[in-house]
Design a protein around this ligand. Structure first.
Ligand code: GCW
Length: 657
């Protein structure tokens, strides 16, 4: 299947140097990738193949790469200096040269010839997690099938190299290729069965500075090891893992470690043996340590067999309750991977309280660019503004640098095993991400993880120009669409932080009570008087998991940020918000506005006919038309539900069914 070049779509530039000389004395796979990329880029942009030579006299463009082991920007950082005719790229390592080269190409593509770029990555680990299954399907995948797996085999294709190029160009340095729900033959990825293609795949990633990770099944000793237990403290189980893990690290070059979903949504874990998560994670980490390997242990642990009548149990509490007592017990090559919010990637959630709670544990922030709950890449929903808010959230953990960005970058506690990870949104669709504009989330996540101080607007601007070229109208309209998309999506879906009003299982489309009487702990508790979950000390007590002053801020209706009001409080519909509107009127108004904004995005896209490549224009137009219709469905389902519940009329007398 063919596929687009996404933001590596090197277009012909107006001005071309006559000759390009590149001085790069480094050798090895990454240096080869740099040469390869320069070849692709310069030929496409200037119609000139670069000449690799150490010296030059009167070339129009001379690019020099310097790698010195003690460079102030470190192994992954870079300093790029460009004046017309001459560019130098410096770093302390080849990965830094690679990133510097991509950064240089971005500027050149925007028609800039004199610039200085100096950057060290904010986060040590910048990772993408694929939820790809061995049969080729992707859990919560909205862009076709896997390009790693098909029919229980690992597929090694040219597309994987192009994927590696794309993600390296935005600074991603780790990829976990298989679903955290490790089912069926996926458990055998750590055995000889899949060794040969995994070695090939890992070599491809290595050439782009990306470490390969695998998700493992905690019950492997039983499932594939022939044992009758997977107890992490059992000697036979330990022997199994010692041998398996050594074999994987010794057999697969460039291997980074493992991702583990344990005791979560039915996946096996240490609880079955009366052991703790620290027991489980540390056992694996002990055997990975000699290889510099790490174990990434997910904190998405909650009771998914809840009785909806039970108002004491609160899923939001569970991550913190399960892990806080083990702070300081995890080995230093274990990282706890924590979702951005305490529930599950809703359009609006507070920041997970574990980030401010854990003081002696490595942490990584997990976000989801696969838009499971934010329109599934059929609706456009640019998530970078949300990620930006999350990173800037102050935890008040008692340290001077106390934002989420500080904690996961290692600034707060001086650690190196930390960073950011996204559940990724790619598949084998022609455009990689289902919706052409969803690629902005993939590009943007990488850029933000590399430099957490970038703004969502700046990232959007770069992505638009690299993808669609330099047309001003395209830039303005697409920028406007991206920046309005997350607020619009929030408006026409679930209000004020309450979450879950989606169709069960698929999680697409409105179903206000779809999860209300189910076992997943995701309730809004709406009745004829009001809606929301009381998570204050008088309710489930969740607010107390935050440090002060956040705990009081959330517990108090007056100071609780209103976009999260119903997450923290059960409120009457008649409650008056700071805008002067009642909650019920706010619900009606935002739903009418959100649906109008979806229409507006469609109109903005229509204006680009003839300015965007026709196939991309048509593909995206169809998605916008669908989104505008579907936003009306959301509007009407939500408004009708609350109208019937509350018996309150819309002040503006609009049509509510
Ligand atoms: O939100 C849930 C998803 C599951 C996913 C789980 C997780 C991989 O609906 O499909 O399983 O999150 O994060 O583990």
């Amino acid at each position: 299947m063919t596929y687009t070049k996404a933001w590596l779509n090197y277009e012909k530039m107006d001005d071309s140097p006559e000759r390009i000389c590149v001085a790069l004395s480094e050798t090895g796979p990454i240096a080869d990738s740099i040469r390869r990329e320069l070849q692709i880029a310069f030929e496409a942009m200037y119609g000139v193949a670069p000449i690799f030579a150490d010296q030059t006299d009167k070339e129009a463009l001379f690019v020099t790469f310097h790698c010195s082991k003690v460079h102030m920007y470190g192994e992954e950082g870079y300093l790029v200096k460009a004046v017309p005719g001459k560019i130098t790229v410096e770093s302390g390592g080849q990965r830094g040269l690679l990133y510097g080269m991509f950064a240089m190409l971005e500027r050149l593509r925007m028609g800039e010839y004199a610039f200085t770029l100096a950057q060290t990555p904010s986060n040590p680990i910048r990772m993408l997690d694929h939820w790809d299954n061995l049969d080729g399907s992707i859990e919560r995948g909205y862009s076709g099938n896997s390009f790693f797996f098909c029919n229980e085999e690992v597929t090694v294709t040219e597309r994987i190299r192009d994927y590696a190029r794309m993600i390296a160009s935005v600074g991603i340095n780790a990829v976990c290729i298989n679903n955290v729900n490790v089912r069926g033959v996926a458990a055998e990825l750590i055995t000889a069965r899949y060794r040969a293609p995994l070695v090939q795949l890992s070599r491809i990633f290595e050439a782009y500075g990306v470490k390969l990770f695998l998700s493992l099944n905690f019950a492997s000793p039983k499932r594939i090891g022939g044992l009758d237990t997977s107890d992490p403290c059992d000697e036979r189980v330990r022997a199994f893992w010692r041998e398996r893990i050594a074999d994987v690290f010794e057999g697969i070059p460039n291997f980074g470690g493992f991702v583990v979903k344990a005791d979560s949504e039915g996946e096996p874990g240490p609880f079955a043996y009366g052991r703790t998560h620290a027991d489980g994670a540390n056992m694996l980490a002990e055997f990975a340590r000699p290889y510099g390997g790490i174990v990434i242990w997910r904190c998405f642990v909650y009771n998914c067999q809840q009785d909806w009548r039970d108002t004491k149990t609160d899923r939001a509490r569970s991550g913190y309750d399960n892990f806080i007592g083990h702070d300081g017990e995890f080995a230093d090559n274990v990282i706890l991977q924590i979702k951005n919010g305490p529930m599950d990637f809703q359009v609006r959630e507070p920041v997970h309280p574990l980030f401010g709670g854990l003081k002696k544990t490595n942490m990584m922030l997990e976000v989801q660019i696969a838009q499971e709950y934010t329109g599934q890449q059929r609706h456009v929903c640019y998530l970078l503004p949300m990620f930006h808010e999350i990173l800037n959230f102050r935890t008040f953990c008692g340290q001077e640098s106390d934002t989420i960005a500080d904690i996961v970058s290692g600034r707060t506690y001086g650690n190196r095993n930390c960073g950011m990870v996204a559940v990724t949104n790619t598949g084998d669709d022609e455009n990689w991400t289902g919706h052409d504009l969803a690629a902005a989330n993939l590009y943007g996540f990488g850029r933000l993880a590399f430099n957490t101080s970038l703004s969502a607007e700046d990232i959007a601007r770069d992505w638009i120009r690299l993808t669609f070229g330099l047309n001003q109208k395209v830039l303005e309209n697409v920028q406007a669409i991206l920046m309005m998309s997350w607020p619009a999506y929030e408006k026409y879906t679930s209000p004020l932080g309450i979450g879950w009003m989606v169709t069960p299982h698929t999680h697409y489309g409105p179903d206000v009570e779809g999860y209300e009487y189910d076992r997943w702990g995701t309730y809004h508790r709406a009745d004829h008087m009001g809606i929301g979950v009381d998570r204050t000390p008088a309710g489930t007590g969740y607010t107390a998991q935050y440090n002060e002053p956040n705990a009081s801020m959330y517990a108090n209706v007056e100071t609780c940020p209103e976009e999260l009001l119903l997450f923290f409080h059960h409120m009457p519909y008649a409650h008056v918000l700071k805008t002067g509107k009642t909650i019920i009127q706010h619900i009606y108004d935002t739903h009418f506005e959100g649906a109008e904004e979806a229409e507006r995005m469609l109109a903005l896209w229509r204006e680009l006919q003839g300015l965007v490549e026709p196939a991309s224009y048509m593909r995206t137009l169809a998605r916008f038309e669908n989104q505008a219709e579907h936003a009306k469905e959301w509007r009407d389902r939500i408004n009708t539900y609350f109208h019937r519940m509350s018996w309150v009329e819309d002040e503006k007398g609009r049509k509510i069914y």
